[in-house]
Design a protein around this ligand. Structure first.
Ligand SMILES: NC(=O)C1=CN([C@@H]2O[C@H](COP(=O)(O)OP(=O)(O)OC[C@H]3O[C@@H](n4cnc5c(N)ncnc54)[C@H](OP(=O)(O)O)[C@@H]3O)[C@@H](O)[C@H]2O)C=CC1
Ligand SMILES: O=C(O)C1=N[C@H](C(=O)O)C[C@H](O)C1
Length: 278
């Protein structure tokens, strides 16, 4: 199979750096040595093993992308940037006809989906690319479709813990709220409890010290009105490696959509990616 050129945006950020190292080591991909970065980043390049990746600020990106196209041809973008950049970056990809995987959370998700649906290029958008979590979300979607209102009257508590620098409430937890609502639970995304204090994470949550700087732990607790029944769902991820496989599967999915489209649809989720693999 020919190599797929990928541009990984969000360097020197943590997830983008994980993706870039993995892409470089993966024979299916060719890493484009350029990455969209934030307006406040002082560095001009970022080293990914032996490759120096040029960092492109928002005001330089049009010129840079046109040069990248001349040098490498068509490519797929992987976006792990910042919640404040989600909508502008997506519009840029659409305008430039760059198919993209949007792993970045936050921003205006309704506008994001509307923009992609109106555009001419396919995109995979998901707040969580870990395939096992996507599978868990599919189970929740199934339960919500089959048994709407199943947990009516129960109370719900959602707690999520992430590294201190995380800029937003967990996008995964926000997506889960939708399923719980359909199952009869009265809960708003603003009620999600964010844990960002490393001391609490270490002493009360017992998150291993080496993962205080990179983890995503989620607990959803459902309690019956009289307190006699408790359900608890948990997914605790240490590090960021788990997101690589799903992200790369999404790139392969997009590549297929470009050459052999499933249909006129442009907006895909990780559930579409998983479904196509079966
Ligand atoms: N879908 C999924 O499975 C997962 C999603 N995520 C999401 O990915 C995102 C990134 O996470 P993480 O790497 O930990 O965050 P980091 O803060 O470590 O990295 C984000 C990087 O993006 C840069 N940035 C800011 N603005 C822009 C812009 N306009 N264009 C390009 N880059 C920009 C930041 O620069 P600066 O520091 O100057 O702001 C920073 O270097 C988050 O939204 C997170 O929730 C994370 C893990 C899994
Ligand atoms: O910022 C992170 O780290 C993560 N962000 C995603 C989210 O907001 O749901 C996915 C995962 O929890 C890690």
């Amino acid at each position: 199979m020919e190599n797929i050129f990928v541009m990984i945006n969000g360097l020197p950020g943590n997830v983008a750096a994980t993706m870039a190292r993995a892409a470089l080591a993966d024979p299916r991909f060719q890493l484009i040595p350029a990455s969209l970065t934030g307006p406040d980043i002082c560095e001009t390049s970022f080293q990914v093993d032996k490759i120096s990746v040029t960092l492109i600020k928002p005001d330089e990106r049009e010129t840079a992308v046109s040069k990248i196209r001349q040098a490498f041809g068509d490519f797929i973008a992987i976006d792990y940037t910042h919640p404040s950049a989600v909508n502008a970056n997506a519009r840029f990809y659409i305008q430039q006809h760059i198919p993209f995987v949007m792993g970045t959370t936050g921003g205006d998700r309704t506008a994001l989906e509307a923009d992609v649906s109106k555009g001419e290029i396919p995109a995979v958008i998901a707040p969580n690319m870990a395939k096992q979590i996507v599978g868990f979300q599919a189970m929740m979607a199934f339960a919500a479709d089959q048994f709407p209102g199943l947990f009516t009257g129960y109370s719900l508590e959602i707690k999520e813990s992430h590294q201190q620098g995380k800029a937003d409430t967990s996008g995964t937890a926000k997506a889960m709220v939708g399923y719980f609502n359909r199952l009869g639970l009265d809960f708003k995304p603003e009620q999600i409890q964010q844990i960002r204090d490393p001391k609490v994470q270490k002493t009360q949550w017992h998150i291993p010290e080496r993962y205080l700087s990179g983890h995503g732990w989620h607990t959803y607790t459902l309690t019956a009105p009289d307190g006699s029944v408790l359900f608890e769902f948990k997914h605790n991820i240490n590090g960021r490696q788990i997101y690589v496989e799903g992200t790369f599967d999404a790139v392969l999915f997009l590549k297929k959509q470009i050459s052999d489209p499933l249909g006129p649809k442009r907006l895909y989720t990780m559930m579409d990616v998983l479904n196509q693999q079966e």
